[in-house]
Ligand binder design. Sequence first.
Ligand code: NAP
Length: 296
Amino acid sequence: MKARATQLSGLNSGLFGVVGRSISYSLSPAIFRKAFDALGWPAAYAIFDLESAQLPRFVAAAADAGISGFNVTKPYKVSIIRSLDRIDGDADAVGAVNTVVRRGNRWVGFNTDIDGVEHSLVPFRRNLAGESAVILGAGGAARAVAVALAVRTGMREITFAVRSLPKGRSLVRDLTRGCHTDCRLCVCALTPSSLNERLGDASLLVNATPVGGAGVAKRSPLPRGARIHPATVVFDLVYRPRRTRLLADAAAGGCRKLVNGWGMLVAQAEASFFLWTGKRFPDRLRRELMAMETSR
Ligand code: NAP
């Protein structure tokens, strides 16, 4: 992680939390409470379920309320930026923030989803550098994946397969402006013919849509007729269910390099924790969190 960590002063206590809307399902409190417990720090981690009009007031009052840092989730990863004092370079390239850190009297925004993606793909790094990828989706997670692949993994070409071409083109314009890399960024329609043109020589396919997760668990984000080459690394950001329809279909088609979103979830949390505390998760905790994947 390139970013400088914050060392908490005094008692190593503090109040942390996650800001979002309708996020009672969030796993972050369970993860961070375990993390603070593992270090023996008397810090608390809360859910701040806010309406969008409350967001600027929340940030303005957070320091007085004793908050040392917080995560940001749906739907505020982009809109939070207006309320912060500074944005880290990678988060600026993504155009979204998922971690906010108190530095002196300023609130600084970071994006640790990039770290989560990078971490998840470490076993395949050598297969991916200089190669091409297809990302399904054009939302906040797709942006973080693209920055991780272009800047950290050294991929040559990324195609966003999207249901709205104007949105996809605008995403490519934003990333081209913000992300200083030689990686070529393209857009295609989420149709079998467009996808098959790209998937033939893609080394990596990433699902950055919610399709396959809660409420749509039986569905694949790939349209019928789209074919994945067996050598492709298939990475589904969805982490519940553990084996999504996309991963199951890929396995049935002969793909062996399959990654789900759980490792990314844990790694992005660890990167946030490091920014707040200057500490990594102890190995035992990391193992325990990874094991939670199978117990759910
Ligand atoms: P988002 O900003 O809402 O973007 C979702 C994207 O998916 C949009 O581009 C949307 O298309 C597209 N999409 C939604 N439904 C679709 C459908 N039926 N068919 C095709 N495309 C569809 O969400 P996000 O924050 O990027 O998150 C995306 C997924 O990644 C979620 O499942 C989230 O839980 C997961 N995620 C996982 C981690 C992790 O740590 N594992 C971290 C971040 C996110 P439009 O642009 O046309 O609306």
